[in-house]
Design a protein around this ligand. Structure first.
Ligand code: PMP
Length: 367
């Protein structure tokens, strides 16, 4: 194998329910999983119905160009269809962008504590990862990231910015992002990762499409895995001007998004009631969790996403210890030592009763 491939630490996702049930001798139906920022409502019924209908056609290949879905998105977003790239999850968009613009020995810039796929996509193309120190509150330091681009000279090809970021939940204002985009050199591509965009509070919301129109080096990535409840189908999309979109189109797999996912996404996009219900549930769950953390005297990071990062102890391995104790009680959350946060756990916001069960378990464990 290639040296830069051998050096990659593989992605570790949330533990699957069946695996945890077997390992700890638990009843699968009683396990609560708050580990992968999934939608606690599951998939929308509308998407389920659309998917079943599309299932009768599975003998055929999917539409390679996602004609219908791109048309719906195009109308919704107010951009032509040739500004859209569909992906096998938004992870696909992140990886395609890295492959399209960075070569071995180029540099890709991202923040410390940023989403794990950024270093993975960087290493996979053999580029050098420039990890920029975070702000004191674990957010992206855009000033420092800009400096990193400038000092790297011609080698910097790509910068990943997540808003909100996973696992920290940190949020950047429209003013901060715009000022950043205005200063990034035009030959450096910016990925603005908006996987959790739909969870932003009304006063946090902004329209990144206006920036895509202004900045030819910007690609915005979005996901159907979170607010739209379609994580298992693997579908997301990128929005960029045609020159960049065309590059991604050249290197993607011809059938990277399957037919069921395309049909479900069209239905989910139109299901505003589902989106609203999930949003409201998320706000209430956020307060439920953070109120409990405050009562327990635990430090947590304010989050703009559908998850919260909480510090569960002062010992170096507090996260691992509490995680194990939660697993034994049938509750799966996400340790984040691989993000440089070994004293913290990331909790995806669940249904009220799931959040309550987690809080009870955490209380019992921490005494
Ligand atoms: N970006 C961020 C910040 C994420 O947290 C995730 C999901 N963990 C993704 C992108 C990718 O999500 P998906 O591939 O399911 O669209």
């Amino acid at each position: 194998g290639l040296k830069h491939i051998q050096a990659i630490a593989p992605y570790v996702g949330g533990r699957p329910i069946s695996e945890v049930a077997r390992e700890y001798g638990l009843d699968e139906s009683k396990i609560i999983k708050l580990a992968s920022n999934e939608n606690p409502l599951g998939m929308p019924q509308s998407a389920h119905d659309a998917m079943l209908k599309a299932a009768s056609d599975l003998g055929r290949y999917p539409d390679s160009n996602g004609f219908e879905l791109k048309n719906v998105l195009s109308k919704r977003l107010g951009i032509p269809t040739n500004w859209i790239t569909l992906g096998n999850g938004s992870n696909d968009i992140l990886e395609l962008t890295a492959r399209a613009v960075a070569d071995t020995d180029d540099e890709i810039i991202f923040s410390k504590h940023a989403f794990a796929v950024y270093p993975l996509a960087t290493q996979a193309v053999g580029a050098r990862a420039i990890e920029v120190a975070a702000t004191p509150y674990y957010g992206h330091d855009l000033e420092a990231m800009l400096k990193a681009i400038q000092t790297s000279g011609a080698k910097a090809k790509l910068v990943f910015v997540a808003n909100p970021n996973n696992p920290t939940g940190s949020y950047l204002s429209a003013q901060e992002i715009e000022a950043f985009l205005e200063k990034v050199p035009a030959n450096v591509i910016v990925v603005l990762d908006e996987a959790y965009n739909e969870y932003l509070l009304p006063d946090q919301q902004y329209n990144a499409i206006d920036w895509v129109k202004r900045f030819s080096n910007l690609i915005v990535s979005r996901s159907f895995s979170k607010a739209y409840g379609l994580a298992g189908l693997r579908i997301g999309y990128g929005i960029a001007q045609p020159v960049l979109t065309d590059l991604l189109n050249r290197i993607r797999q011809p059938f990277n998004v399957n037919s069921l996912a395309q049909a479900a996404a069209i239905a989910a996009l139109q299901d505003t009631a589902f989106l609203q219900k999930g949003y409201d549930l998320n706000r209430a769950g956020y307060l439920q969790l953070t109120d409990a953390f405050e009562e327990m005297g635990l430090t947590y990071l304010p989050s703009a996403g559908n998850f919260v990062l909480v510090k569960v102890g002062d010992e170096a391995d507090a996260g691992a210890k509490v995680n194990l104790a939660l697993l034994k009680r049938g509750i799966i959350v996400r340790p984040v030592a691989n993000y440089g946060l070994p004293q913290w756990l990331r909790i995806s916001i669940g249904l009220p009763e799931e959040n309550a069960a987690f809080i009870d378990a955490l209380r019992a464990i921490l005494g």
